[in-house]
Structures are given as structure tokens and as C-alpha cells.
Design a binder for this molecule. Structure first.
Ligand SMILES: [Zn+2]
Ligand SMILES: [Zn+2]
Length: 135
């Protein structure tokens, strides 16, 4: 059982099942949807997701017909997406999980669409917190 939530905590969820096909997607749509270099998403069975949303914060943006991107209207956190073509599964935003998971990402996808400032081959310094000198 994995647990997850949005940034403000209005939406809590439990995932009672595994996650498959986790990938880092660098396509331009995923970069916008995540506001970052790439989105990390994986498939889950729709029936495995138990969501608690007492303040009615869950909403969606229909990015194209039948494709809904669900997020928290209070804090903006992306949570999962659904596709009318395959209702039995969702695409979970892995960053929304609070639990450690057993599954691991398989690949970086759409790397030809990646941001030009993202260099997958460069080793950057690593810190346990903010970089030294951050105000
Ligand atoms: Zn929220
Ligand atoms: Zn993508």
C-alpha cells in the first residue's frame, strides 16, 4: 500500500496495487504540466486508487478530447491523468507519492524534445539541502 497527497494536503490517496512502466518523460507537454525538466509517470489500475478529498479540491484539465489531467485546485499539484480510451488505468504522477516505492523508472523518453538546459549526461554537485549560499 502506497500513500500520496497534494502539496496542500487537501487530497490524500492510497494506492493498493503496483505501478508499471514508470518513465521520465521529457516531451514539451509533460514539461509544461510539471513545470520541470521532465515528468515521472507510471500506470496504475484505476480501481487501486482510493482518494480522499474532503474539501472538493480535485479538478481536471482536459488537454485533448478524453484526456484529463487531474490536479488540486487549491495548490496546483498534478496527481494523475485518465484517458477515455483506456478507463481501467490511470497515469500516476509519481512525485505525488509520499511512500518509498519498490518500482523504478525504466527510461528517459522523448529526449529529442528535452529542454536545452537539461543535460542528462552532466554530473552536477549534490547537496542534502539547498546549495551553500542560497538566500
Ligand atoms: Zn492541494
Ligand atoms: Zn510526455
Amino acid at each position: 500500500m502506497y500513500k500520496g497527497s497534494c502539496l496542500c494536503g487537501s487530497i490524500q490517496f492510497e494506492l493498493d496495487g503496483n505501478i508499471t512502466d514508470i518513465i521520465h518523460c521529457h516531451c514539451s507537454l509533460c514539461r509544461k504540466a510539471s513545470g520541470s525538466a521532465y515528468a515521472t509517470n507510471g500506470f496504475i489500475n484505476a480501481q487501486d486508487l482510493k482518494l480522499t478529498d474532503h474539501s472538493d479540491s480535485l479538478t481536471f484539465y482536459e488537454s485533448s478530447e478524453g484526456k484529463r489531467k487531474y490536479f488540486c485546485r487549491t495548490c496546483g499539484s498534478p496527481l494523475y491523468s485518465s484517458n477515455a480510451q483506456s478507463r481501467e488505468r490511470y497515469r500516476l504522477r509519481i512525485g505525488a507519492l509520499d511512500s518509498d516505492i519498490l518500482e523504478r523508472p525504466l527510461s528517459h523518453n522523448f529526449v529529442t524534445s528535452k529542454a536545452n538546459w537539461e543535460d542528462l549526461n552532466v554530473e552536477l554537485p549534490r547537496y542534502h539541502r539547498h546549495e551553500p549560499g542560497r538566500k
